[in-house]
Design a protein around this ligand. Structure first.
Ligand code: FMN
Length: 336
């Protein structure tokens, strides 16, 4: 067990904790957020460094960057980051240096969406070992770029999310083996690197991964991981209001945290300190991660720490998905 879990009723968001190699000044993690600012070849423009500088200065305990493709020929989401070849390592090193200057650890979210246009059921065993190799090689680059950890993106319909979904994978009843093999390959080369996984508690589609399936995958993978972040399809639910409908994947995360010995991170709809502390005290969830509130207010955690404890100003409109640099529509200071 990597991180003896704190007694529930003692936890607050501002606890200093250690999670394997990560030292966090609070329990708040920035969840992966696609900025859409990389060039087609994967190189970063200047704007991305400004965003991360502002974010790291704003008080979060740890940052998970954004879906970062392990494969040069992946389907190009607009402005998608990549760590799919060695030429990109210096760009990522500059990013980690920017964040580390604020003494904040940073994790790269390793992802793949498309593999050669193939459906999951068409993959051969050679394809699957090639895919394992792509993730392991990207993790090698992540270490060279000084990331403190990697997050295996197995949520939100990305390739590994589809791979573990019974709606897509009819080849095997134990698809989690691929995630385990990826994690083992990474750990064999980098035993001190933090390895996280982001997973759907449910795909919320007929025949897809459901809560029982997700629990089974998490339990099988846990011993090869250092943390698990719980999300779900339809990840950025709109219309969230403080004290009304926060923490919308909490029920599953509470169950999971009882069943695995690695820290559970819960994402989705955290908007107020009061509710976040309730979630921490309610059970064995150790960390809370946020995306849109930090798009809206990159310095939200400092604001909360400096006694203005009013809830996040984020109205969960999801307009940040369509602004340049995925900035808040109420805050288009730069890049807009
Ligand atoms: C603009 C934007 C980009 C996102 N990009 C990613 C991503 O790259 N990887 C990922 O796993 N989730 C991504 N998400 C989902 C968030 O990490 C998070 O799971 C979701 O927004 C719910 O948390 P929130 O209520 O704190 O925003 C993104 C969300 C937004 C708003």
């Amino acid at each position: 067990m990597q991180n003896p879990k704190t007694q529930n009723n003692m936890k607050t968001i501002f606890d200093k904790t250690a999670m394997k190699n990560l030292n966090l000044k609070n329990r708040i993690i920035r969840s992966a957020t696609w900025e859409a600012l990389a060039e087609a070849n994967g190189h970063f423009g200047e704007e991305i460094y400004r965003i991360y500088d502002e974010l790291a200065a704003g008080g979060v305990g740890c940052i998970i960057n954004e879906f970062t493709s392990v494969y040069d020929d992946d389907y190009p989401h607009e402005g998608m980051a990549r760590l799919s070849n060695d030429e990109l390592i210096p760009d990522h090193k500059r990013l980690t240096d920017t964040v580390h200057a604020h003494h904040v650890p940073i994790i790269v979210q390793l992802a793949m969406d498309d593999y050669q246009g193939m459906r999951i059921d068409e993959l051969t065993s050679d394809d699957i070992s090639a895919i394992r190799g792509l993730f392991a090689k990207a993790a090698d680059r992540a270490v060279l770029a000084d990331y403190d950890g990697v997050q295996i993106h197995a949520a939100h319909g990305f390739f590994l999310s589809r791979y573990i979904s019974p709606a897509h994978n009819h080849q095997t009843s134990t698809p989690e083996t691929l995630i385990i093999d990826i994690a083992k390959a990474i750990r064999a080369n980098h035993p001190d690197l933090h390895i996280s996984m982001k997973i759907n508690c449910s795909d919320f589609v007929y025949g897809g991964l459901d809560e029982n399936g997700s629990l089974r995958v998490c339990r099988a993978c846990a011993e090869f991981l250092d943390s698990i972040e719980v999300s779900g399809n339809g990840t950025s639910v709109s219309g969230i209001k403080a004290g009304v409908n926060e923490a919308y994947f909490k029920r599953f995360a509470l169950v999971l945290a009882e069943k695995v010995d690695v820290p559970v991170i819960l994402v989705g709809g955290h908007r107020s300190i009061d509710n976040m502390n309730v979630v921490l005290k309610e059970g064995r969830i150790e960390y809370l991660s946020m995306s849109r509130p930090l798009v809206c207010e990159p310095d939200l955690i400092n604001r909360w720490g400096n006694s203005d404890t009013s809830p996040s100003k984020c109205v969960s409109c999801n307009m940040c998905y369509s602004t340049p640099g995925h900035r808040c529509v109420f805050n288009l200071r730069r890049g807009g």
